[in-house]
Design a protein around this ligand. Structure first.
Ligand code: BGC
Length: 926
């Protein structure tokens, strides 16, 4: 055969093979399968009616989905053709997220396998996805045979060098023998308190202070661990360290809420299947032994931990130990009043380590380290010590100007750890049952002969285990520092519940702080499950009050039977925000009743639609008329704030009702909103002007943003607002409630340049002011600290409070330009508004339920360039603020409308182009 002929033959057969197989080949499989609020192959899962989500691949072959099919089975072999649990069959639908499982009832412990495929815009079917799984935890109290087990530590609680009574942590253990090798094993465990569990001397998990914090009088969350590889034939031991945590320790102002400082108890059930198919279950019960004579002598969330190495108990958590001298435990049966439910969001974990540490001062036997970042978690200390000496570890957020260690703003929280050495040499210690908020660490009591080294201290950063969901960056270093401060502030305060601050004697789930930050939090981190878990706690707490009250703090440790406008509204605003950001309708279904009840709380307090109730009002507004504590509530009258939030919550409930198809209720709440708005305008405004004694930015912001004025008076109010801002020399004048509304209102008014001016202000009060004073997190007050004067003298003064970080939403949505136009970013608006006085580039990316979306612009050589990524199965409206359509280039070519890209609006100011999924580079001359 001639050589050329041979080549022709080979090439043509390759071509025909390829065209044959390409024709036959399905489009790429979906990926990133998750269930409910974003869980990936979980075990011990909480939801027996989960929702199912997936993403379409980024590929030329896939613009959108026209249909899907999901299949669920009790074993992998049955997939995809014989699903015994549920087959959705082919559903003509674009939905890729939160598809509701509608199959057979699922039981505790059940493991489920599932797969999905979709049909693209041309009706071509995809490959099946890989099989994913989920395994349910123990869903009902009845599944538990174990008993609450522990020692009575309440009777010997002590103060020692501490100011407050503390329980001694417990060491509990139980040995058992397995006659065969283990096929599989699950450990179901929780505590009234916090625990760390070991099997045969090994740590079962890296969870920090599980099970976390819920209203323990209603619900305690349980954890499930796969411990198959921890067990062995023959002797085994389960060992638990147990401390008070939020359950039995001091929380809030000296109170312990649950069972009056009751002793902590563990509940665990180790279910083992042996290789021969037989089963064994090890329960927490009266056969356990315990001691409080271990090395962790004391531990409390606010006050810190005391560790005495002289009390270490070698091998106590292994089977090579005799516990005969240990005490017998006490037990308590499970009660039906408290629901045991699998944890519905992730635990706290050690997330990162700060190693870049500086020594800032060395005095005789005391040294101060600067971690250069205000953080939350624990220190890891590696320090030379002398036998019997006590190392004292103190924490501070910022030093005083003279370098003095400052702890006054921790108030009654001692936040101090002690380590007592058992021998000469380098000790390594990290506390286990406490956490601190700090940037500086002071060590004293180490070996006097040793020269302090920066390696002595590392910072272990802890927060609830979620990952980044978005990024924001720009050409301005202070704006980038602000983004960093916002994201640190968020992580630092997402410690199982959303806390106000992480360092002083609070660390509580303040509802007002949470409602202002939730959108920014969701852009930056995947906190969907974190929020819905906390909302469950909120519903449980509200159920205690038959008038619909949502207390100030969830879990409610104050128990003062009081609610505040702007705070309790978290029960309405957060579900609505989550729905809009994720598209998850179940968050509305779960929380709709709570939202309605909160509105009824306003109704119960209102006379002629003006509620007479408590309010923290526009908390920490700058330059309040009154000084001291009273000034904390700002100058906007609480009656105005009560009425504004009453109207706003009623309005949101009507919107929720519409989404849920409750047409009658939609009308009822809309009518209520209009009536309250009317009363608001008549009572507090006259012809667009606030009639109160002192004009405030917030009174206008609430009236305008919540849409409480007639169109003609609204325009006048807008003018007044501008007047107020001008009077403040373009500074903000807002507290917790007004601040998040400021950018939204100015934006709607077309006053973007003014908003830029306010945001880029360097002087007090402003975001950059704190950055100029060295802030690495968001501060509680606009003037919490200054380089010139040090700390604000008010004792309520945290340097790690996220509320003012709510500006993060505007940074994503307007500076970089990504906003959701339809719930879950099914349709996106890419509308950056550059301001060249301050910036020449900005970009943001978001992991939406459909995949990555991003917007990135820069201005160079008088050319505006915008790069946009639109996720599969979504579309975008791109707003181009410069040039004209005649000089617009898209991906290097002059703009030409196609099926993927169309001009939908054009005027002198900007033009709008609609695009389907894909990556686009726009370029236009300024
Ligand atoms: C908290 C706040 C909270 C406020 C209520 C403070 O002690 O730290 O952030 O929202 O009280 O007024």
């Amino acid at each position: 055969m001639k050589l050329e002929y041979f080549f022709v033959l080979v090439i043509s057969s390759i071509i025909s093979f390829c065209s044959f197989s390409c024709e036959k080949k399905n489009v790429e499989a979906p990926y990133a399968l998750t269930i409910s609020e974003g869980f990936i192959n979980p075990i011990g899962f909480y939801d027996s009616r989960p929702t199912l989500s997936w993403k379409l691949p980024v590929s030329e072959q896939v613009k959108s989905q026209t249909a899907y099919q999901v299949v669920l089975a009790s074993s992998e072999e049955l997939l995809p053709n014989n699903p015994d649990l549920w087959d959705s069959n082919k559903q003509d639908s674009e939905q890729v997220s939160f598809v509701k499982y509608q199959g057979k009832v699922l039981e505790s412990r059940q493991k489920v396998y599932w797969q999905v495929r979709y049909w693209n815009e041309n009706g071509k079917v995809s490959e099946w996805s890989e099989a994913n799984t989920f395994e349910l935890g123990l869903l009902h109290n009845i599944d538990w045979k174990a008993k609450w087990t522990g020692l009575d530590t309440a009777k010997d609680s002590i103060k020692g060098v501490r100011k407050f009574l503390m329980h001694k942590p417990q060491y509990l253990r139980k040995g058992f023998t397995l006659p065969n090798h283990v096929k599989s094993a699950r450990l179901y465990i929780t505590a009234k308190g916090i625990f760390d569990v070991h099997l045969n001397g090994k740590n079962v998990s890296d969870d920090v202070m599980p099970p976390g914090w819920t209203p323990y009088n209603h619900r305690i969350e349980t954890l499930t661990y796969n411990v198959t590889d921890f067990l062995e034939i023959g002797k085994n031991v389960i060992a638990v360290e147990l401390a008070t945590g939020w359950h039995s320790g001091r929380i809030s102002r000296g109170k312990a809420l649950y069972d009056n400082f009751a002793s902590p108890k563990v509940l665990c059930q180790l279910e083992i299947t042996l290789k021969d198919g037989s089963k064994q279950t090890i329960l927490s019960d009266e056969s356990w032994k315990g001691t409080t004579n271990g090395p962790i002598r004391l531990a409390g969330i606010y006050d810190g931990e005391t560790y005495n190495a002289n009390f270490e108990i070698p091998n106590w958590s292994t089977s090579n130990f005799d516990d005969v001298s240990w005490q017998n435990v006490e037990v308590e049966p499970i009660s039906d009043d408290v629901q045991l439910e699998p944890k519905r969001h992730t635990t706290v974990k050690n997330k990162t380590i700060i190693k870049d540490v500086e020594i800032v001062s060395v005095k005789e036997n005391s040294v101060i380290f600067n971690l250069k970042q205000n953080m939350v978690g624990i220190p890891n200390v590696k320090v030379p010590m002398k036998k019997g000496d006590t190392l004292t570890i103190r924490f501070s957020e910022m030093l005083l100007n003279d370098g003095t260690f400052y702890t006054t703003n921790y108030r009654s929280a001692q936040s101090t750890d002690y380590y007592i050495a058992a021998a000469d040499g380098i000790i390594e210690y990290k506390p286990k049952f406490t956490f601190h908020g700090f940037q500086f660490v002071e060590l004293s009591g180490f070996d006097k002969e040793a020269k302090p080294e920066t390696t002595w201290v590392e910072g272990i950063v802890q927060h609830s285990d979620f990952e980044k969901n978005g990024t924001f960056t720009s050409s301005h270093h202070k704006l980038n520092q602000l983004q960093s401060n916002i994201t640190w502030g968020l992580r630092d305060n997402f410690f199982d519940v959303p806390t106000d601050c992480p360092q002083r004697d609070e660390r509580l789930g303040w509802t007002g702080d949470a409602q202002v930050i939730s959108p920014t939090a969701m852009f930056n981190y995947n906190t969907h499950a974190f929020w819905t878990g906390w909302l469950q706690s909120m519903r449980e707490t509200q159920s205690e009050h038959n008038n619909g009250l949502i207390p100030f703090i969830i879990p409610d440790v104050l128990q003062n039977n009081n609610g505040s406008s702007g705070w309790g509204d978290a029960g309405v605003i957060i579900p609505w925000d989550i729905y809009n950001i994720t598209g998850d309708i179940s968050v509305l279904e779960e929380n709709y009743d709570m939202s309605k009840k909160w509105v009824s709380y306003y109704q119960s307090k209102a006379e002629n639609y003006i509620p007479n109730m408590y309010s923290f009002a526009d908390w920490l507004q700058p330059y309040p008329e009154k000084t001291g504590k009273i000034g904390n509530r700002g100058d906007t009258p609480k009656e105005l704030i009560n009425t504004a939030y009453f109207a706003h919550s009623a309005h949101l409930v009507s919107k929720m009702a519409r989404v849920l198809g409750k047409t009658e209720e939609e009308k009822i709440y809309k009518k209520l909103y209009k009536e309250v708005a009317n009363a608001f305008e008549n009572t507090f405004f006259d012809n667009g002007k606030f009639t109160g004694k002192k004009q405030t930015q917030t009174s206008y912001l609430l009236a305008i943003y919540f849409d409480l004025l007639k169109p003609e008076t609204k325009v006048k109010a807008q003018k007044q607002l501008l007047e107020e801002i001008k009077n403040a020399n373009n500074h903000l004048g807002t507290g917790f409630l007004g601040t998040p509304l400021l950018p939204k209102v100015l934006d709607d008014m077309g006053e973007i340049d003014l908003m830029y001016k306010i945001l880029f202000k360097e002087t007090y009060p402003s975001w950059f002011y704190s950055i100029n004073q060295g802030a690495t997190t968001m501060w509680e007050r606009w003037n919490s600290f200054s380089k010139a004067e040090g700390y604000n003298p008010q004792s309520m003064n945290s340097l790690n409070h996220y509320a003012y970080g709510a500006i993060g939403q505007w940074m994503y949505e307007r500076i970089a330009g990504i906003a959701s136009l339809e719930p879950g970013y099914k349709k996106i608006r890419i509308a950056p508004i550059p301001n060249t006085d301050f910036l020449n580039s900005a970009s943001a990316s978001l992991n939406t339920p459909y995949g990555k979306a991003s917007s990135s612009w820069k201005i160079e050589n008088k050319t505006f360039q915008l790069e946009v990524v639109v996720a599969p199965n979504t579309s975008a409206e791109v707003h181009i603020p410069y040039g004209s359509i005649e000089n617009l280039y898209v991906n290097g070519n002059l703009f030409k409308a196609t099926s993927n890209i169309k001009l939908i609006h054009s005027d002198k100011e900007f033009f709008v182009i609609s695009v389907n999924s894909g990556t686009y580079k726009f370029q236009t001359k300024l």
